[in-house]
Design a protein. Structure first.
Lengths: 115, 114
């Protein structure tokens, strides 16, 4: 069974641009979560989608948005990029978004560098 | 709001020695508690989790953790460390009815001396 796939794996963007990152969950998984990992702030929750609906949202500005498609694939978008958005963006999927029943599996991440 | 503290940023142990990584959390009720491991260039892998019941939980790769409500702690232990255990370890807390929204600690980087 294939794991969580994130594309692209590496990305370099310029300040002010926007970026879209993609996540393909494990087949059959309906919950997708996104996290940002930086050396300064650590791992921070961005948002969680379940069956195309945003179920939870972290404390990030509106420049960060996401969506989930009917096949459970998810994208996150960051508009008007800032240097501080440079980070490893991790996606995770689980069967039903209930951590006491089903484990959450993480992808390898997308490394975004903003110059 | 919930929070997680991992007091040790770096720990170095000799191969074969025992290991304990500390984790303290802040949460009003009984939380969901997790330990994850991250190897360089990799995503996170779940080592073990606690939701309720027996306070000593066993995980993969020979790890165990003990939930101590009175100390708000969930420390990770391993009786004998292998060189392949060198990685970064993260403690995380979640909550019932909060889906997969987790709050992570800052992480502890483990180095293993031969």
């Amino acid at each position: 069974k294939a794991g969580v796939t994130q594309t692209p794996r590496y990305l370099i963007k310029t300040r002010g641009q926007q970026v879209t990152l993609s996540c393909s969950p494990i087949s059959g998984h309906r919950s997708v979560s996104w996290y940002q990992q930086t050396p300064g702030q650590g791992l921070q929750f961005l948002f969680e989608y379940f069956s195309e609906t945003q179920r939870n949202k972290g404390n990030f500005p509106g420049r960060f948005s996401g969506r989930q498609f009917s096949n459970s694939r998810s994208e996150m978008n960051v508009s008007t990029l800032e240097l501080g958005d440079s980070a490893l963006y991790l996606c995770a999927s689980s069967l039903d978004g209930n951590p006491d029943r089903h484990e959450q599996y993480f992808g390898p991440g997308t490394r975004l560098t903003v110059t | 709001a919930q929070s997680v503290t991992q007091p040790d940023i770096h720990i170095t142990v000799s191969e074969g020695a025992s290991l304990e990584l500390r984790c303290n959390y802040s949460y009003g009720a009984t939380p969901y508690l997790f330990w994850y491991v991250q190897s360089p260039g990799q995503g996170l892998q779940l080592l073990l989790k606690y939701f309720s019941g027996d306070t000593l939980v066993q995980g993969i790769k020979g790890f165990e953790a003990e939930f101590k409500r009175s100390q708000s702690s969930f420390n990770l232990r391993k009786p004998s460390v292998h060189w392949s255990d060198a990685a970064e370890y993260f403690c995380a807390v979640g909550a019932p009815n909060a889906g997969n929204m987790l709050t992570f600690g800052g992480g502890t980087r483990l180095m293993v001396k031969p």
